[in-house]
Design a protein around this ligand. Structure first.
Ligand SMILES: Cc1cc2nc3c(=O)[nH]c(=O)nc-3n(C[C@H](O)[C@H](O)[C@H](O)COP(=O)(O)OP(=O)(O)OC[C@H]3O[C@@H](n4cnc5c(N)ncnc54)[C@H](O)[C@@H]3O)c2cc1C
Length: 490
């Protein structure tokens, strides 16, 4: 029998029916199943969703498993393809590329991570690199896939993948799941709110004339941040000084062949271009800095890059990179684009929605909305946002490109202190100071910093104490396992 606290949350209103809104509805519906808590999603057909956001990272599969959505059915319904990592083209210099693959990298040798041994191997001119020792990178390059399998050695056991999917179909699929599980949906446009004497949001007022009250409001209204900014004036911290891209133009094209198993991130003169293959089309976009290129020139560049023909009129999007000063204020929690924006270079936005939701469950409030609880939630999400920001800034700040004003600007700027100290540590030791639970572990930083050409002055001293012949033997074995994994794949 459930025992309900007299101060417990009785109703939740989610404003927004994009990816963030419906993910929130599904996860909260799942977590609160069996309770009397009423969950309502309010979305406005006349406003619509942003409709981009199609590349993910592996934790998306954990989310689907957690809420009990069948992976195969989800892949079918959202026209999804599998993703093994990101290929960064022309980021270091024009003509070079590196991989940020998913999954494990080699095996530890004498309890030191494989990539630390690889850093030392530079001394004996080891010619092999990430693509020889990472099964995900090798498969992505070969255009083949094989599922993770713990019986087939460490490379297959450690393989991970994510999805590319159609954002509109994702919202529709999640909505079907949520509604089937009892979430109510209202097609309404919010025009105002009423407040409690404490300054919390009391009711949403709709253009249609009716209203909706709730105890807890989740703001998934997109860039406008209808509740968190419009009603609660949380404030916004602008990160444009580190990440100057402020616009994107996006449009779909035909696939032209088999979908690739990776997201392409192609550095351009004033930003970068993505290509995300789905089953029925490819998503493309150019994320750019309006200080360095105008809208027409950006569209022209994208059009040339995709080979000329879009399946639908390309759309322009504008954004300000940064985050809300508070993600949770009073009885309003912002998720998705309402919480802030980081460009999709590492496909992290949808992950930040799930991460915000998990943290919300860890800090689930009662109707007192204790400020200490809210502060703890905000602190943990701010830390995550800032770490991801630093990871993205590193791609720009460490590039060797100086060929356009954009690249001279982004490589000439001072970096956030938190990133600078991480890079200093990496340059000195090859270590990255990732904390347990960080989205990007030491090896993820290695892929990017190594890919951009950074080499530590003094690699991990313990790797020098391992028997060199034995280390080479492990390298050979890992490379053979990776090659065998590729041969066995389809
Ligand atoms: C160019 C670009 C590329 C991106 N690429 C990626 C990517 O590859 N991977 C990734 O993880 N993320 C990516 N993102 C981010 C991703 O798109 C978003 O995180 C995700 O789609 C969630 O959006 P949302 O649900 O917060 O907002 P939206 O999709 O904008 O939804 C907002 C909702 O609020 C509703 N609404 C707004 N105002 C009102 C109102 N007054 N009354 C009622 N309802 C209202 C709308 O109807 C809509 O349903 C990208 C973003 C951009 C801009």
């Amino acid at each position: 029998m459930q025992e309900t606290d007299p101060g417990a949350i009785r109703s939740i209103a989610i404003v927004g029916g994009g990816t963030a809104g419906w993910m929130s509805a599904v996860l909260l519906g799942h977590a609160l199943r069996g309770s009397d808590v009423r969950i309502t999603v309010v979305e406005s057909a006349e406003i619509g969703i942003v409709g981009v956001g199609e590349a993910t990272i592996p934790p998306i599969l954990d989310f689907l498993d957690l809420v009990g959505i069948d992976r195969e059915a989800f892949i079918r319904e959202t026209e999804a393809t599998l993703k093994l990592g990101i290929r960064f083209q022309d980021w270091k210099t024009v003509g070079e590329h590196y991989w940020h693959p998913f999954g494990t990298f080699g095996v530890a040798i004498d309890r030191r991570p494989f990539h630390h041994h690889l850093q030392r191997a530079a001394a004996w001119d080891e010619p092999r690199g990430v693509v020889d020792f990472s099964l995900a990178a090798a498969l992505a390059e070969a255009g083949r896939f094989t599922p993770p399998d713990p019986r087939e050695g460490p490379a297959r056991a450690g393989l991970r993948y994510a999805l590319h999917f159609d954002a509109a179909l994702v919202a529709r699929t999640l909505r079907t799941v949520a509604e089937r599980r009892g979430v109510r949906r209202l097609d309404r446009t919010v025009v105002d709110v009423t407040r409690t004497p404490a300054g919390h949001v009391d009711e949403l007022l709709f253009r249609e004339g009716d209203r909706l009250g709730a105890d807890l409001f989740i703001d998934c209204s997109g860039f406008r941040g209808l509740l968190i900014e419009g009603a609660m004036a949380a404030g916004y911290e602008d990160w444009t000084r580190w990440l100057p891209c402020d616009r994107a133009v996006a449009g779909p094209t035909a696939l032209n062949g088999e979908p690739q198993l990776y997201t392409l991130s192609h550095a351009r003169d004033a930003g970068w271009r993505w290509r995300i293959p789905l089953q029925h089309r490819a998503g493309n976009g150019y994320v750019y800095s309006s200080r360095h290129i105008d809208d027409q020139a950006a569209l022209d560049d994208l059009t040339r890059q995709v080979g000329g023909t879009f399946l639908a009129e390309p759309r322009q999007l504008r954004f300000t990179t940064g985050r809300r000063k508070a993600f949770w204020k009073g009885n309003v929690v912002a998720l998705g684009l309402a919480s802030g924006f980081l460009e999709p270079l590492e496909s992290t936005s949808i992950h930040l929605v799930t991460s915000g939701l998990y943290k919300l469950l860890d800090h689930f409030p009662d109707r007192t909305f204790d400020p200490a609880n809210i502060a703890a939630y905000n602190a943990s999400l701010i830390e995550e946002y800032e770490t991801i920001r630093d990871f993205i800034v590193a791609h720009y700040g460490l590039s060797a490109r100086r060929d356009t004003p954009f690249w001279r600007d982004v490589t000439g700027q001072s970096l956030p202190d938190s990133l600078q100290s991480r890079i200093d540590l990496y340059r000195a030791t090859g270590r990255c100071r990732a904390r347990p639970g960080d989205l990007f572990a030491d090896v993820n930083w290695f892929y990017v910093l190594h890919g951009l050409g950074l080499r530590p002055r003094h690699p991990d001293p313990l790797t020098g104490m391992s028997d060199a012949a034995a280390v080479r033997g492990v390298f050979d074995q890992v490379a053979r396992d990776v090659a065998a994994g590729v041969s066995a794949a389809r």
